[in-house]
Design a protein around this ligand. Sequence first.
Ligand SMILES: NC(=O)c1ccc[n+]([C@@H]2O[C@H](COP(=O)([O-])OP(=O)(O)OC[C@H]3O[C@@H](n4cnc5c(N)ncnc54)[C@H](O)[C@@H]3O)[C@@H](O)[C@H]2O)c1
Ligand SMILES: [Zn+2]
Length: 262
Amino acid sequence: MDTVPAAVAGALRRTIDGGGIVCVLTGAGMSAESGIPTFRGTRDSLWSRFDPMRLATADAWREDPALVWGWYRWRMQGVRDAQPNAGHRALAELARHVPLSLVTQNVDDLHERAGSVVDGHVHGSLFALRCFACGRAHTALDDYMEGAQRVEPMRCTACGDRIRPGVVWFGEALPDDAWASAVDAAERCALMLVVGTSGLVYPAAGLPALARRHGATVVEINPEPTALSAEVDHVWRATAAEALQQLSVLPRSIDRHSSAGR
Ligand SMILES: NC(=O)c1ccc[n+]([C@@H]2O[C@H](COP(=O)([O-])OP(=O)(O)OC[C@H]3O[C@@H](n4cnc5c(N)ncnc54)[C@H](O)[C@@H]3O)[C@@H](O)[C@H]2O)c1
Ligand SMILES: [Zn+2]
């Protein structure tokens, strides 16, 4: 395992010394080491012959709600069965030492289960169920039979329409509060870490550029090149768990060094 690149360590040190905040923007790659498939680059799932872009839309829901709900129930079950990985835990640890604002495109709850506070779930949350027609929140989850591809959605107790997952589908607006928090964090941070995102889904993919325009240093953490790689200050080719584990121990050594020097 490599060590923290000097430029990244330097940027974190300057942020801490200057009393700045770190904004962390995570995508599906953050949860890959928990065994949750990303949208791009996965060939091994039950659903690999389906295109997420065709399932994650309101039109797909209207056309075949049982197919879409079956896909989301499968994904929910995968998240329930998974555990936060070392990267999720490292971010929770980092936040104990550095003011940190966490913005995620992920719809899973692994950051929270690792002990982090998420400032913005910009693409919503799988488990924040609501009625497709009237929007009423719904908490109970139906039973899921392993391997089921089509599952009839639950019904709203208020209006009788179908219960949908609480995610933002392609073509839908982002939740106002989550997006406002994300923009605020991008504009205020001194350092932004962009972890495990392909940088193809806008407007979230515009947050790193926004941070840079406001003077932040932007670091990409991803084992593969992405659409954002050319636009960031530093690229760190490592997985989320590898990189964040190493980064999370730095503030303690920085503390030690600065107190030793005083
Ligand atoms: N866990 C989840 O909640 C989940 C899972 C799949 C998709 N999504 C949704 O997919 C949309 C797609 O955008 P996206 O950019 O987040 O994901 P994406 O699927 O488009 O891209 C995943 C990225 O993660 C990188 N990656 C793979 N393994 C990694 C690892 N171990 N460490 C770090 N990076 C790794 C890949 O190189 C790629 O760049 C988002 O809106 C998101 O809501 C969410
Ligand atoms: Zn309803």
